[in-house]
Design a protein. Structure first.
Length: 129
């Protein structure tokens, strides 16, 4: 009963911070990661849709309770292993299809990899995302 009184972004902090502490970005710059996490959480509490900037300067928009957005905001990528996979297997000038793209975390990585001569197709079915 009392759990429902705590806003979802604050409830999510427990597992989000556990995930964050395991990242390479946190190991390299813990204070900066925590500051970005705090700004992201405050933005989530303030409005249902909001903008944020990734550590490398990309500006994105998100809705509340989107883990991919939290990951992009705090460490610049959602999944280090997937970023490495894309770097190894997607050729420069190649084609990348992201079905169920969410906010485009993998699409952004692939776009940097394939460059202007490549082709990127990203699809997301959720109308708000």
């Amino acid at each position: 009963m009392f759990k429902s009184l705590i806003p979802a972004p604050l409830r999510a902090l427990r597992w989000r911070l556990r995930w964050l502490r395991q990242t390479e970005a946190f190991a390299a710059a813990p204070i900066a990661c925590l500051a970005r996490a705090a700004r992201f959480t405050i933005s989530e509490l303030a409005r249902p849709e909001f903008g944020f900037t990734t550590p490398d300067g990309l500006r994105l928009r998100s809705m509340r309770n989107n883990f991919s957005s939290f990951a992009m905001c705090t460490v610049g990528e959602r999944d280090t292993e997937m970023a490495r996979f894309i770097a190894r297997h997607v050729p420069v000038g190649g084609t990348f299809v992201d079905a169920g793209a969410n906010i485009g975390a993998y699409s952004l990585i692939a776009a940097r990899r394939i460059g202007p001569s490549g082709r990127l197709l990203a699809f997301e079915a959720h109308p708000r995302t």
